[in-house]
Design a protein around this ligand. Sequence first.
Ligand SMILES: [Zn+2]
Ligand SMILES: [Zn+2]
Length: 792
Amino acid sequence: MESSAAPTVSAGHDAGPAPVDLLRRLRARGAGDPVTHVERVPARVGVPAPWPAWAPPELRAAFARRGVVAPWQHQAEAATLAYDGGHVIVATGTASGKSLAYQLPALATLLADPRATVLYLAPTKALAADQLRAVAGLELEGVRPACYDGDTPRAEREWIRRHSRFVLTNPDMLHHGILPGHAQWSGFLRRLAYVVIDECHTYRGVFGSHVAHVLRRLRRQCARFGATPVFVLASATSGDPATAAGRLTGLPVTAVTEDASPRGGVTFALWEPPLLPPDSTAPAVPAQAAGDHDATTDLVQVRRSALRETADLLADTVAEGVRTLAFVRSRKGAEVVAANARRALDDAVPGLGGRVAAYRGGYLREERRELERALLHGDLLGLASTNALELGVDLVGLDAVLICGYPGTRASLWQQAGRAGRSGQEALAVLVARDDPLDTYLVHHPEAIFGAPVEATVLDPANPYVLAPQLACAAVEAPLTPADLALFGDGAKEAIDQLVEAGALRQRPTGWYWRHRERPEVDLRGEGGAPVCVVESATGRLLGTVDGGSSHFLLHPGAVYLHQGISYVVDDLDLADGCALVHVEEPDWSTHARDVTDLSVVSVRSYVDAGPVGMFLGEVDVTSQVVSYQRRRIATGEVIDTRPLDLPTRELRTVAVWFTLSPRSLASAGVQQADVPGALHAAEHAAIGLLPLMATCDRWDIGGLSTALHPDTEAPTVFVYDGHPGGAGFAERAYGTASAWLRATRDAIAECGCETGCPSCVQSPKCGNGNNPLSKPDAIRVLDVVLENLPA
Ligand SMILES: [Zn+2]
Ligand SMILES: [Zn+2]
C-alpha cells in the first residue's frame, strides 16, 4: 500500500543516531570488518506540479483535507495521460505516492459521470482493504467504494454489484467470482471506465501469466457490453515497465518512471558475516532456517549465518532505540531472527525483547494488523518479516532496514531498502550476505547492485499450461470465436485445438463451446495446490497457512514448525483435507526434509552443437518425492537420525536448459573419471545459485540435476529447470545468456576463498543429496571446458 498523499508529514518521533554513526558502531562490534562496501544514496528534492485543470474542485478539496496540497510531477503526468484515455503504468519507488496517480483520474471521472464505474485490483485482500480506507476517507458523494472479495458477506454482495461505483477486489475474485458471474455484473461492466492494477510487478512468473489472461477475459466481457475501460497500473521500480504492462494487459501502455517525490538519503552497506575459525564448533543458527524448503546440508558452517548476524544487528539497533525492519527470505528465518533478537535483548535488559516481533504472510489478518499498529505506535521497535510486508502495509518512519540475504532481484532489494528513510530522514540499509554464491558474488561486486538497472518483470502468457485452462474458463463465460485468437495471443489456436481434441471444447459454426457441465478448476497461484492450514490439535485454533508446494517440506509428520517464535511439532499432514495438525513442543532438534528427483527429456526445442560441448533448451519431466527427514541437534548440528516419510511423488512437466560434455574432453581437462559426478554436481549447484543474476528468479524457483551419464543424453550432463509447470521463462533466459551465466558461475567458484567448497560457492541449501559428492576444483575445470567451446 502506498501513501498517496504527496507532501507527507513525518511521523515525528525522535530520530535515532545518524546512520553513519550507527553503522560505525555496528561494524566495530566484532573482530574484523564485515562491511565490504558502503554506498551513499543521496536525498532527492520533490518536484510538485499544479493540479491538472480537469481535476474538479471538490476532489482537490478532498485531497487537501488529507494533507495533499499539490501532486508531484509524476502523479500529475500519469493522471493526465489516463484521464485523456491512454493506458498508463506509473513505476516509481516505495512511498512515491502512486495511488494518487490513479485515484485522481478515476475519481474525477466518477464525479463527472454519475454512471461510470471503476474496478481496482490488488494482489492481496489486505492491500485492497487499505485502499478502501483511503478512498472512503475522501468522503466523495455517490462513489460508494466497497471491497468485494472472499470475505464479503453474501448479503452485501448484491448491494455492491448494484450500487458501488468503485469496487476493490483481487485477481482471484475476478477469476473465480466476477467473470463467471458476468451476467450479474453486466450493469457494472457496461459502465466500466477504469481498471486499476496496483502493485502490478507482483504479477510475474506463472501467476503473472494467469493474471494476464484473466485481464484478457475481463476485456472480452467489457467489449461484449460495449465498454473499453482505460487501464492504469502502479508498479514498483522495474526495468522496461511499459513492455511488462503491455504483456500483462495485452494493450499498448505508456510508462511514467521519473520519480518526483522527495526522499531522504540512505547509507547502504554491504555486509559479509565473518568466517568462523576452522575448528569452531560454535553453534550457529541451524542451517535449516535459511530456506523455505529446509536446508539439508551436512556441512560445517564456515561463515556465521546471515540469520544469526541479522538477529544480532536487529538487537543492536533496537537497543539503540532505532526503529528497524529486518527482511528475511523465509518464514522460518523471520521467526528465528525475531526469537534470537528477543533473547539477546532480554539478556541485556529483561523485558526489552518484547519490543521485537516476527511478521509473515501466513499470519491471520488480525495478528498482522496488530503487529503493524504496534510498530507504527512505537510499542514495537523491531520487526523481522518476510517480504509479505512489501504488500499491503503502509509503514512510515523506519530508521533502518536490514536485508537478510539478497532478495532475488535488484527490484526487490530497492523495494525493501525503500522502507528506510521514507519520511525525509536519513536512514540506514544493510544487505547481510548469506553463505550463498550469488550473495557472495554481489557483496564483492557492488557494481552489480548499484551500477545495474533493475530487472524487467518476467511473465509468459504463451505458457501452454496457463493458456489452455484460461481459454477453457473464457469459453465457459462465452463461446470463443476466431476474433478471440488475437486477444489471447501466441499459441491460442494450438491450445484451442488441444482442448477440442481432449473433448473439452466443441467446434460449431459460431465458435468453440465448453462441453462440460461444471467449470474447469483453475488455480491462479498454482504453486502446487491450495494452501495447507496449520491447526493446533488441542484447541482447534488455526495458526496460519503454508503454500501447498512447501507443505511436504515444512509440515511432514514429525516436522518442527515455528510460529511467532513458538515451536510446534507436526502430528499429521492430511493432504486430502489440506490441513496439518500440530501440538506445542520445543524439542532440542531441528528437522530437515530430503527429497529424491528423477528427470527425463521430452523434447529439444533448440540446441548449440559446440564440439565436445552441447547446450540445449527443451521440455523435461521431473519427478520428485520427499522421502525422509533428518533430526539434528540445534546446539551442535549433530545428526540424531534419519526417518523415512511416506509422501506421494509430485510430477512436473517443465522447461530445462542443459549442457553435456564428452567424457574425453573431461579427461583431457584433468577431471578423473571418479570425480566426474562431484564436478558436475558442484557446477550445477553454483550455476543454479548464479542464475538469478540473469533471469529475475530466485534459486527456489529453479531446480537442477546432474549425472555422469544420463540415459537421454548418453553423456555427462547438468540440467537446470524451471520449478513451475510449463516453465516460467527462467531456463529459457539461461539458455539465451548461457556463456555470461556460466562465466559468472565459474568466477564465483574460482574467487571463493574456501579450499574444498562451501555454501558461498558450490554447496546448496536445498540439495537432495546432502551436498555429496562435490568437487570444487573439478567444477572449475568442467566450466572451463564449456566456456572454451561455447560461442559467446
Ligand atoms: Zn567456497
Ligand atoms: Zn545437489
